[in-house]
Design a binder for this molecule. Sequence first.
Ligand code: ADP
Ligand code: SF4
Length: 686
Amino acid sequence: MARNPRFDVLFEPVRIGPVTAPNRFYQVPHASGMTNALPHVRSAFRGVKAEGGWGVVCTGAVSIDPSSDDSPLPFATLWDERDIRAHALMTDAVHAHGALAGVELWHGGACCLNRTSRIAPLSPSGMPWLSTHVGFMGNLRPRAMDAADIKALLHWQAQGARRAVAAGFDIVYVYAGMGYLPYEFLLPEYNRRTDAYGGSIENRVRLVRELLAVTRDAVGTKCAVALRISLEELRARPGTHAASEAHEVVALLADIPDLWDVKMDSSPTDCAPSRFAPEGSHEPIIDFVKQVTRQPVVGVGRFTSPDVMVSQIRRGVLDLIGGARPSIADPFLPNKIDEGREHEIRECIGCNICISSWHDGVPVRCTQNPTAGEEWRRDWHPERFAAPGSDGAVLIVGGGPAGLECAVTLARRGYAVTLADAAPEFGGRLRFERRLPGLAAWGRVVDWRLGQLRGRANVNLYPGSTLSVDDILGLEHRHVVIATGARWTRMLYGAIEFPQGELAGPRVYTPDDLAAGVVPEGPVVVFDIDNYYLGGVIAERLAQLDLEVSYVTTAGSASAWTIMTNEQPLVHRALARAKVPIHTLLRVTAFDGALLSLAHVFTHAPTTLPCRSLVIVGIRTPDDSLIDALNARREDAGQAGIASITRIGDCLAPGAIVHAVHSGHRYARELDAGIDPVPYRRDFPA
Ligand code: ADP
Ligand code: SF4
């Protein structure tokens, strides 16, 4: 198919100093959880994006000195010459597809607690970084840098830049964002210096200016020098000579960097979850930059729609369309637009599971793209699939995320696939969840897969079909996949984390009851021991129905695990807006239909809440009645020509949608492929 001429502008080359990006698709630096210890995993992950049409592909943060040590969070290094080879694998992979490779040189300053190197952290004036994320908290305070330290920092940046050139990079960054060291110099609260680096805005910008200069000297005319900067806080501060301090900083450095990479200051606004921020949410902060500099500007905003991208360029907001999450969810996004297949883009849903992987300290995972991080490890290419290993047809029972993904991948391999679901529409848990406050974009998990399945000659779709064991035996497929999901239970836990059995009684509900249409009588208490998103979302939904709702959790905050996905601060704000009180560190001990009895998880102090209906968002258990019944009739199954019966997704191990999708994908990749004792390749430092 031919490209829609409306999108031609996206495929224009853009000059960035001495180098030229082949198009406007720019994968900005983003965390991948892949350190120098995983060089092949990393190069395949980045290389596939270049193959998919991203004109520039960058690394994540690359530390320039052991005094910038983020451990236990994963980070890359260019500390000495031995680091170069690991990065060269990536630049080779990116260049092989005609793209430019960028490197984000990074010093974390007071944000880094140097847990491994045990060097006293560096900062402008000894002010610690206040962390609200337990993963970043620590008990070591930074020291103030003296003139010799500043000289050393400039030297590390120059050395890092020289090594970056040797590793083959085309764009070398100075990073003054997200609370890291050069950013700390920009803000007077962190920078209380009285020397030439503190006080006036000219002085606070001096360090960034010098970092740019030493980088330029180090790379000569070989590479472009980019400045990545956070502008949210600076834009909120009125300037002396311009609209804001952000305007002043950009004006002071205007044409010094070859490229401006502009962003927000904190992870929840920068990598904003779709529950609370739409596509293009950075625009009100960064929209002025192009008016102040003549150099190209790149920015992000979870852009997945080519029309929105074109609008950003036509309206003079951006020159390059930055993508982190959209490039993870679909590494082939640019090529799909180029080939007139934009309707096939697997759009990021904004769930931020990818960022949670980094917080977890592991290589990136993605809800939409199960091949992310698996390109080298498992040899999963996002767009290429092995031919079927046999001509056996596959029956999949259950069309939730696991069954849908399994069906798509088997169909793309070329298997004959039948997908059946009891419900009148496919989607599994997402049939209900996508209709809850803020979760509409998550429906893309279902929509993209149905779009891929519909119209394929090798796929039969049967919604509205509850399959019994006899139905399955009668359908004569060689392989049967059970993807019947899980059900929510009424399980409670005791004081020392032992399951105590299910709470019986009137008006004790689970999310499954609400999905089935039950509307509880108020006052309602949502008791959350799942502690991911659903408890908070359900509380919000019930409040919209004008019910009196309280939210109770065993954790220290609402939707506690969403600290990993950048959603937590916004969950608290949403519940406050919905007038839902949050009661933390409490567990349910009894419920009599009028009063809910609770105990503090640490002190055991008892308390009560008025409550007519209780919704427990707790533990899920696999819906395994069908697979148990099938296994009980193995002999009949064999006679019906069934060679294998396999469970996937929540029916195997209940989890987040990302796990169900991965499970369905893995089954489809491994069918007839033979399974090694270690199912993935192990990487070693280069
Ligand atoms: P997962 O996240 O693992 O995909 P879900 O709970 O989202 O699991 O989806 C499971 C799907 O399986 C639901 O849509 C449900 O209607 C369907 N299902 C369960 N039992 C049967 C059955 N016997 N026949 C057909 N579909 C079933
Ligand atoms: Fe987008 Fe979620 Fe994938 Fe991250 S994990 S890229 S937010 S779909």
